[in-house]
Design a binder for this molecule. Structure first.
Ligand SMILES: Nc1nc2c(ncn2[C@@H]2O[C@H](COP(=O)(O)OP(=O)(O)OP(=O)(O)O)[C@@H](O)[C@H]2O)c(=O)[nH]1
Ligand SMILES: [Zn+2]
Length: 202
């Protein structure tokens, strides 16, 4: 069955990154509360800056330094605000789709020496279980013509293109690298094809 979404409510949210309209969607695939944060007029526009952000409770809410999510969220909203128009889709796909419980278990495995990919596999999951159908439906419903995707992950570009979204450009979103996230980011570059500049080995 083809997935469907419904734009249930739109409301104005002033933030430290400027003012956005929050769209709440229901959908036919899961019970999750996926939302889009929209700035300015995006309907009929080309090269709309779009961030498809996957939920990360630890990074986005608690400010965890194990990953780059919280900083990326701030950077993306700033960028969209400065551009004057754009969309941040907040997908409730915690832990690359495996959920918070499993992600926290994966963190413990990483503290025992596994990397972020092998920890998922040890828990019986794929390295990345996210799906982007709902994100594509949201962009269609906002009547965005083509996008500049804010990401370091080329797989996201492939997935959105496969779903019929015209991705004209990629906007990198590189955060600070420090001791707590160095190994994690290195694994994303080496095993998940992320495009990130890593510090030279001394
Ligand atoms: N399973 C698992 N999920 C993680 C881990 N660290 C972060 N995440 C989740 O990963 C998701 C973000 O994915 P990332 O791989 O950081 O980045 P991305 O979204 O693929 O790529 P960008 O667009 O460049 O940010 C969020 O849902 C986080 O909760 C981890 O060690 N294990
Ligand atoms: Zn994170």
């Amino acid at each position: 069955m083809k997935a469907t979404i419904e734009d249930k409510v739109q409301t104005r949210i002033p933030t430290k990154h400027g003012e956005f309209i929050l769209h709440y969607y229901s959908n036919s695939l899961d019970e999750k509360e996926h939302v889009a944060f929209v700035k300015g007029d995006v309907a009929g526009k080309d090269n709309v800056p779009v961030r498809i952000h996957s939920e990360c409770f630890t990074g986005d809410v608690l400010g965890s330094r194990r990953c780059d999510c919280g900083e990326q969220l701030d950077m993306a909203l700033d960028l969209i605000n400065q551009t004057g128009f754009g969309v941040l889709i907040y997908m409730r796909q915690e832990g690359r789709g495996i959920g918070l419980l499993k992600k926290l278990q994966a963190y413990n495995l990483q503290d025992q020496g596994l990397d972020t990919v092998d920890a998922n596999i040890k828990l019986g999951h794929l390295a990345d279980e996210r799906e982007y159908d709902i994100a594509a439906l949201i962009l269609n419903s906002l009547r965005v013509n083509s996008i500049a995707l804010i990401t370091n992950n080329p797989q996201k570009i492939d997935e959105m293109t496969k779903l019929g979204i015209q991705v004209n450009d990629r906007i990198p979103i590189e955060t600070h690298i420090h001791l707590d996230n160095l190994g994690y980011l290195k694994t994303k570059v080496e095993r998940m094809r992320h495009i990130l500049k890593m510090p030279e080995k001394k």
